[in-house]
Structures are given as C-alpha cells and as structure tokens.
Design a protein around this ligand. Sequence first.
Ligand SMILES: *Cc1c(COP(=O)(O)O)cnc(C)c1O
Length: 400
Amino acid sequence: MFVNQAADLVIQLSSSLKTKPDVGEFGIVFTDHMLTIEWTATKGWKAPFIRPFGNLALHPASTSLQNAIQLFEGLKAYRGDDNQLRLFRPMLNMKRMAYSAWRACLPAFDQSELLECIRRLVEIEQDWVPHSDVASLYIRPTFVSTEPSLGVKKPIRALLYVILSPVGVYFKTTDAVSLWADPKYIRAWKGGTGDCKMGGNYGCSMLAQHEAVDYGCQQVLWLYGDDHQITEAGTMNVFLHWINENGDEELATPPLDGIILPGVTRRSILELGRKWGEFAVTERYITMDQLCSAVKQQRVKEMFGCGTACMVCPIGRVVYQGQDLHIPHQDAKVTSRIAKELTDIQVGGRTNIHMHEYMQTHTDARCFPYSSVTAGRTSVCFILPSPSGFCFHVLIAYFE
Ligand SMILES: *Cc1c(COP(=O)(O)O)cnc(C)c1O
C-alpha cells in the first residue's frame, strides 16, 4: 500500500511574493504557493510538494481533459477574533474527496496525511487569510487523471493538487436570491454522480444557469422526478422552514439518496437544528406541489441555500411554471440564527465540542500527529502547533 506521507513533504518557497489584492470576485486571485502530489499505479504516491503557484503541464490527451476523470473539494480557513486560523470540520471534506475519488476510479489516499499537507500549505500562506469576518481563504483540493490516453479506462497516472484563493462574500448582493425551477434540466440522477464533487456535474449545469438569468433569476432550483422534487439550489443544498402538511413546524432538507451532494454545511445545520430541539428537523422529500400550496397558504416561513462558499443564502423567490412564488425573507430568523451560530464556530471557536464524535471518527492515532486538546465546558479545539510554534486550530467536531 502506497500512501502520501506528510512527513516526506518537500517545500520550495517562492522567491517573489505577490502583493495581496483586495478580495473581489470569487475564486480569481490565488496565493503564492500550491501543493502538488503525483501518483502512478506502479510507484504509488510521490512525496508531497509545496511549491510556487504556477501552471500545470498536462498532456493534451490527459483523460481528465478528455473524459472528465477529475474531482475537487471546497473548504475554508477562517481567521478568528483571536487571530487563530481554523478549518471547519475538514475531515468531512477529506472523506467526501476519498468517496469522489473512488467513484472516479482515481486512487485512494491517506486522508489525515493530506489534511496535514493542507494545514502546512495554509500555514505557509497564513498572511493570505483575510483579517475580516466576512472574508476567508478558500481551499480547493483538486484531483485529476494525468494519463495521456484517448482510451476510456481507469487511470494509471494522476495528480492531486491544492490551490488557495482569498474570498469574500459569494453573492454580490446580500439580498435573498431568486430561483428558476424547470424540470427540463436535471442536475443529477439515481446511480449518477450527483453526490460527488466532480467537475462534470457543474460544467453541464451552465446552460440552465444562463436560462435562469434569462428568466430574471440568479440560480437554478434543481428538480427531480415526475413529482418535481426539490433537490438543490445552484451549487447549494436547500432547506425549507415551514409549517408542513400536517401542521407541524419543520426545518426540512431533501435526504441523501444519491442525487444530493452531502454538504458539510447541510450536515452542520441539521445537527444545530436538532440540538436546538425547537421544531422538527427532517430529511425528507419536498415536491413543488407541496411548496406551491404552502406558499399560497402562507405556511412557508423561510427557505435558504447553504454551502461553504456562501454559508447560508436566503431564498426570496421561486419562478416555476409561470408562477412567481414569493418566499418570506425580510425577517428570516432561522437563516440568520444559523449564520450567526456557524460564524461563531468558524471565526470565534466558540463551540460545544464533545469528545464522542472525535473518538468515533478519529480513532486513528496518526490522524493528528501534533494534536493536543484543550477541553473546556464550552470550547474544545484541536490545536495543531507547527514546528514554528504557530497554532492552528482544526475544528473537527462540535456540538454537545
Ligand atoms: C459543494 C456543494 C454543496 C455544499 O457543500 P458544503 O460541503 O456545505 O460546501 C452543495 N451542493 C453542491 C452541488 C455542491 O457542489
């Protein structure tokens, strides 16, 4: 078994550092360095390499370009009120990345070792993490086949790399977004790859996205099946806070049945909502018929999208089969409460972590070689001091 070992990391620092521009449009500015790790079927993983940011040299027949054998992840490093840097539940991203890799027939990698390499990269680029509670450093792990072949087959060469981009708020307006819902385009289907972060899922959504703009909307509300189930909004998971058909107050999101991307934000919101215990928090199907009647009967309280890029994004309008559904959003209490509680965890480290989840998911002792744990009633962080003494908090799990 070949694994990528963080201990073998080779670091080549850039001799000319860029000036850091103001954070503008999402994902167009990159930091000075990147992490690359090459793999071949015969030799396994090479030593991880942190080196100056630059173009890749790819064979034009690479099957990542020809057959879309590739995938990515998205997480953020946040600068806290205390000037510490934190990642939010990063092992969930590593796990999801490993699942996408399995689905793409790309090789397995050691998730903890990759996270440690990412931590080192962020540590080197720490000055790029914005000093702001609305901006952060977006981390984009990417995994591509580099096999130079026009044949459609399992890759024997691949490249895993990680690039970093300082980002601000994702949507240009903080107002609620409007969604266009039309069953003629389908984002994902049973047996497909909708539950993986693969580039192909997004490239093929562009046309629908443009049509949504033609209809005066900002994003697509993706539907599925003959009953027009609500699945996702743009590249976000979607939640509905409403009085359901039985008259019960409920925070609902579609279940992970293979066509929904298992978002870290989605999971965290479910856990938060269940911890509050103030109303039902469910994973269930919601059809457009159900939404339409709920809007008419004024049973909809709020609707929002969620994901790492935007965190939570209120939805104000859904355009569906000639109907213009207005979703309440002026006084979106649950949306803003979630935004506040998540921000508190991400930038403030104010959290109720319990050790159980840590034990369950991170029993691997190699997981965090430098980890020391500070435990308190209201705050448990996993502090990973680097050799230079710089402390790096990794929020692995939280909630009591
Ligand atoms: C990334 C993504 C999400 C959100 O996932 P997070 O882990 O919360 O960032 C939701 N839907 C789709 C389609 C995505 O690609």
